[in-house]
Design a protein around this ligand. Structure first.
Ligand code: SF4
Length: 372
């Protein structure tokens, strides 16, 4: 059934919009960025919540705005501090883009985050979804927002029987979203849709008996809720293994800084390299030689940690090593910078999840290692 056919059934879609907005006004979650709808807060929350669970996002958001209350504070900060405050959220290009965008906003918009979609979409790290979210939620501009939650809700409401990644379905959902968007109420309507997808019309076991839209839902009517949305099979997860060494020399340990243009650019790590197929796990000394020119003695294994990302699994094998000789100047083959630091200085550096887990393991289970 098309939207116009549905409209002919009477009262629809206005009552759908009213029902949804009234539900949201009553049952929405009390989130810190909803207190003021400050565009800067909406921007930070939207970037942080990509690939991040809500409770975790709230904690990071509060810590962030406490330290960086506005775009000027972000623009003035050094990249190391920005990455440090992002540590644990992953996908660090988001933090680097946010830093770049803050500088542009200070320069071109006197520090005020714009609410105009066309201006927002020009900024680093802001794509169509984020631009629409900031424009509508912060600025109440009439722009439809389409994310995974909204896609799922519309695919069920309209019983869309084509895979939602296909152009045909995307076009259909975009058309529906634009037609249903109530003029002057996009802030509430868009948030309500996303909230419904996040709390009620969830991917697994949606709570249809509690859903304010159940009277409008074609999938519920046709008993196809569990078949909608039609998604592609999930992509294969690739496993990446890495060997690294915590190299000690005169009570200090060596850190390398990842190259600017890689996924963890700007973050720090322990030296090492990828464990390729057919290589042995004790090849850590060779990997360290390759990436620093240092010969090391491998004392013992410390810990193997695993971290899951959307498309791959990362396994890090970490070893306790000791530098041979007194030459402490590495040859940097795949890093931008290096530091020899005391273990108590580790907290001043930003790490990705793997090395951070190793540090936490040592602090908890082998603290003597850091007081050698
Ligand atoms: S009735 Fe069920 S499937 Fe339909 S929108 Fe509500 S929660 Fe989703």
């Amino acid at each position: 059934m098309t939207l116009s056919e549905l409209k002919k059934t009477g009262g629809f879609p206005d009552s759908l919009q009213d029902s949804l907005i009234n539900w949201f006004k009553k049952d929405h979650r009390d989130l810190p960025w909803r207190h003021t709808y400050n565009p800067y807060h909406i921007w930070i929350s939207e970037i942080m919540l990509q690939q991040t669970q809500m409770a975790r996002g709230v904690t990071y958001f509060e810590r962030w705005v406490d330290r960086f209350p506005d775009t000027i504070a972000v623009a003035d900060a050094g990249q190391q501090e920005i990455l440090k405050y992002w540590e644990g959220l992953g996908y660090y290009s988001r933090a680097r883009n946010l830093h770049m965008a803050a500088k542009i906003i200070v320069e071109d918009f006197a520090g005020e985050v714009p609410c105009d979609y066309d201006q927002l979409i020009q900024l680093p790290g802001i794509g169509p979804y984020t631009a629409a979210a900031i424009a509508s939620v912060a600025g109440n501009r009439d722009v439809a927002v389409i994310d995974a939650n909204v896609t799922r809700v519309y695919a069920r409401l309209f019983d869309i029987d084509v895979p939602v990644k296909e152009k045909k379905a995307k076009d259909q959902i975009a058309r529906i979203a634009n037609e249903l968007l109530p003029v002057g109420q996009s802030r509430l309507y868009n948030q309500a849709l996303m909230e419904l997808g996040g709390l009620v019309c969830t991917p697994k076991t949606p709570k249809c008996s509690l859903c304010v839209l159940s009277g409008f839902c074609l999938a519920l009517d046709r008993d196809t809720v569990n078949k909608r949305p039609i998604t592609e099979k999930s992509k294969k997860i690739t496993t990446v293994q890495r060997l690294s060494g915590i190299i000690f020399h005169k009570k200090r340990i060596l850190l390398l800084q990842r190259r600017e243009n890689d996924i963890w650019g700007g973050l720090w790590e322990f030296p090492g390299g990828e464990l390729k197929e057919g290589e042995r796990e004790d090849a850590v000394a060779d990997k360290i030689l390759e990436c620093t020119g240092f010969a090391v003695d491998v004392i013992d294994p410390i810990k193997t940690v695993t971290h899951h990302y959307t498309r791959y699994k990362s396994i890090l094998h970490c070893y306790h090593c000791r530098l041979q000789g007194d030459d402490i100047e590495p040859i940097l083959k795949a890093a931008d910078d290096y530091r020899w630091i005391f273990p108590e200085e580790l907290e001043q550096f930003g790490f990705s999840a793997g090395p951070r887990k190793v540090i936490e393991y040592i602090q908890k289970h082998r603290p003597a290692l850091f007081s050698l």
